[in-house]
Ligand binder design. Structure first.
Ligand code: PPE
Length: 335
């Protein structure tokens, strides 16, 4: 999926021009995958552009870094504020946000501990990850021949760059076989997740999703969907899910920041339910859509509003000149 350039990228505390946000070819993370990252979305809401669950994403980012022994020279609050300011300075109303913390240039070899730690945040406008049509009509998935990385070898709970080679293999396999997405099983053969999404099955009105011990990434969308579903009165359980439970389900859907909530209408060529997105999937999709777009009072606390309007000032000058260090608007600074 192509990336449309914006003006600025936040790099180690500075805002640099998009085209200048470069690293050396001997960057440690490029060779050994020693990076941790996040995928976050900002939505255009009536409160202004708002980052969905910004604090939770920053927290998971810092925890991923800790799991790979990376000291981070910025606090959660600094990273949160940098994200908001970046969106404001780029003048975006909605975007995908990609913070990454990685071992930088200057040391090679497997010991990462002496290598510098670089922190950057980029954002750009990014459409539906599995296509608008996928969100509307559902996608076709294939159970991958690749198992999801196991806790025997890596840290499924960390969102680490190198770990994504597993997702890349599964994604390529599914696309080459003519499917939209792969579903990976865990090391024990239980259902785990998609290449970049958590997965859920619905049967007899009950929602089930793999649990923390099934090698999943603990998705922030997943937490949100579970809460929304329970608030709506649905029973949600987290447990081992057998492969055949997906084939036999009334409904299957996936969730992730990039993908949002996507119905799955066939798996390994077995039609799920009626072959159309299911009723509970539709209800949750609509409720989630309301939450991310600020239309639900109940979930307003999940939104981190980009306070500066980040558009043109009335005089037509760039709003950048009127932004303070945390992106707050400085009145009277335009003249
Ligand atoms: N599992 C995996 C492996 C995963 O990568 C994601 C997010 C999820 C589950 C869902 O987590 P959450 O976004 O917190 O609900 N995948 C991110 C990266 C996608 C990419 O192509 O890069 C995302 O959705 O931003």
């Amino acid at each position: 999926m192509t990336v449309d350039a914006t003006d600025l990228i936040w790099m180690n505390g500075d805002f640099v021009a998009w085209e200048d946000a470069k690293v050396h070819v001997l960057t440690h993370g490029l060779h050994y995958g020693t990076g941790v990252f996040e995928g976050v979305r900002c939505y255009d809401t009536e409160l202004g552009p708002a980052v969905f669950r910004n604090a939770e994403h920053v927290e998971r980012l810092l925890r991923s870094a800790e799991l790979y022994y990376m000291p981070v020279p910025y606090s959660a609050e600094e990273l949160r504020a940098a994200t908001l300011e970046l969106i404001a300075r780029n003048g975006l109303r909605s975007c995908y946000i990609r913070p990454i913390i990685f071992r930088g240039y200057g040391q090679m070899g497997l010991n990462p501990l002496e290598a510098p730690v670089d922190v950057t945040i980029a954002c750009w406008e990014w459409g539906a990850y599995l296509g608008e049509e996928g969100k509307r009509s559902g996608i076709r998935a294939k159970v991958s021949s690749w198992r999801r990385i196991s806790p025997d070898s890596l840290v499924p709970h960390a969102k680490a760059s190198g770990q994504y080679l597993n997702s890349v293999l599964a994604k390529v396999e599914s696309l080459k076989a003519g499917y939209d997405e792969a579903i990976l099983l865990d090391g024990h053969g239980h259902v785990c997740e998609g290449t970049g999404e958590n997965v859920y099955v619905v049967r007899d009105g009950e929602i089930t999703t793999p649990g923390q011990h099934n090698s999943i990434l603990d998705g922030i969308t997943r937490r949100s969907i579970i809460q929304i579903a329970r608030d709506l009165g649905y029973a949600v359980s987290e447990r081992n899910v057998a492969r055949a439970e997906m084939y036999l389900a009334d409904e299957v859907f996936m969730s992730g920041t990039a993908a949002e909530l996507v119905p799955v209408v066939s798996i390994d060529d077995h039609t799920i339910g009626t072959g159309a997105p299911g009723e509970i999937t539709r209800v949750l999709q609509a409720a989630f859509d309301d939450a991310i777009h600020g239309r639900s009072e109940r979930y307003r606390e999940w939104l981190d509003v980009v306070s500066a309007p980040a558009l043109q000032t009335p005089s037509g000058q760039d709003a950048l000149a009127t932004l303070g260090p945390s992106g707050e608007r400085i009145t009277g600074a335009t003249g």
